[in-house]
Design a protein around this ligand. Structure first.
Ligand SMILES: NC(=O)c1ccc[n+]([C@@H]2O[C@H](COP(=O)([O-])OP(=O)(O)OC[C@H]3O[C@@H](n4cnc5c(N)ncnc54)[C@H](O)[C@@H]3O)[C@@H](O)[C@H]2O)c1
Length: 349
């Protein structure tokens, strides 16, 4: 098989530093087309990365002879454009969150099943070396049964593109929960092997809508635009096997430094934390902390794209799959429902 022909839909932040970067770092793909409604950005990006064909309308890009497309658009467009791409015979790598809600995500999954094309969701954190090494330990049973995961990602001042699509619920589906929370939830569920959830308790806060003037590296700010989404979210998800996940995420909070991250797993045989990956256990009645020695630097995004291309070439299932993207979306829906009602809700996936 020669180089796979790829199109990029959406020429914003993530297209640049994740997708274009990833495809162009690999030998077995070439980006032949790019699309964006913003003509200026489209032309600049095409020139900078030497992408031969440009389109303002994604429907026109989908008429091209392409093996795959990356969907790098605002969240509300993920479902519509992914379904159109699958139906046009393209394999799709869609950015996270899979969709703004589970109903939209299901349409994507159904289209993938109907067309037999690949659908992968951009949960790139799985492709970090630490995550891969830890998953290997878990699969070999080294942690025993995982009964608790705590995932914290609190940022001090990082509302993406305040006033733009990220902070407009109709366009994003929500705030920090659907933006950053989904990465943490996906990682937690993947480590746990996607047990069956039973209930979810969500709490959301919107305390920093006035922070439009603080720029971040994500999205375009619009001082006259809308901020009608949460900037902090908490979630407690319980599973049929008795396990639980606690999530704590914010785009803005009065905390020290730029923010704080913690990812902690508790298992019956060992526990672990990420960044740096450390495994905590007991052997010979001795408490033991182990820090695996990792190979040199590994780029999440390049590994994510490499996996997507391998899935197409070798006709294997993508991991993270559309099913797993839907799973996360169903939990996010439940957490928002719970936060709205002020009570725990039942979850069915
Ligand atoms: N994996 C990650 O860690 C990560 C990081 C950032 C963003 N993302 C996700 O990637 C997606 C894009 O985020 P971003 O930061 O690149 O946003 P962005 O606003 O920088 O880029 C989106 C681009 O889509 C274009 N666009 C809007 N409507 C369009 C349409 N109908 N047709 C063609 N182009 C259109 C915009 O002009 C813009 O250039 C989001 O879903 C976001 O959640 C993921």
């Amino acid at each position: 098989m020669g180089k796979l022909r790829v199109g990029i839909i959406g020429a914003g932040g993530v297209a640049r530093y994740a997708h274009i970067h990833g495809y162009q770092a690999l030998e077995d793909a070439e980006i032949v087309a790019i699309c964006d409604v913003n003509e200026d950005r489209l032309k600049k990006m095409a020139a900078e990365y030497k992408i031969p064909k440009t389109f303002r309308e994604y429907q026109d890009l989908l008429k091209e002879d392409l093996d795959a497309v990356s969907v790098c658009l605002p969240n509300y467009l993920h479902s519509q454009v992914t379904v159109a791409a699958l139906e046009a015979g393209k394999n799709v790598l869609c950015e996270k969150p899979m969709a703004i809600d589970a109903a939209e995500a299901k349409k994507m999954l159904e289209a993938a099943e109907r067309t037999g094309k690949k659908l992968m969701v951009g949960f790139h954190r799985r492709f970090g070396q630490e995550a891969q090494v830890l998953k290997g330990f878990i699969e070999r049973g080294e942690l025993g049964n995982i009964y608790y995961i705590k995932a914290t990602n609190l940022r001090r001042r990082s509302i993406p593109g305040a006033g733009g699509w990220f902070t407009t619920k109709r366009l994003s589906g929500g705030g920090v929960l659907i933006d950053i929370g989904v990465h943490n939830l996906d990682l937690a569920f993947w480590f746990m092997g996607h047990p069956k959830p039973t209930s979810a308790l969500g709490v959301t806060y919107q305390k920093f809508s006035h922070l439009k003037r603080v720029p971040t590296r994500f999205g375009d700010m619009d001082e006259k635009g809308v901020v009608d989404v949460e900037d902090m979210a908490l979630g407690l998800i319980k599973f049929e096997n008795g396990a639980a996940v606690f999530l704590e995420v914010s785009w803005a909070a009065h905390i020290g430094g730029g923010g704080t991250r913690e990812f902690r797993i508790l298992g019956t045989k060992a526990g672990a934390t990420l960044s740096p990956l450390t495994i905590y256990t007991i052997q010979n009645e001795q408490l033991l902390d182990t820090t695996p020695v990792l190979r040199g630097k590994q780029d999440h995004y390049v590994e994510e794209i490499r996996h997507f291309l391998d899935c197409i070439k070798e006709d294997k299932n993508c991991d993270p799959s559309g099913e797993e993207g839907l799973f996360v979306t169903q939990i996010v829906d439940a957490l928002y429902e719970s936060a709205g009602k002020g009570e725990t809700v039942q979850v069915s996936t």
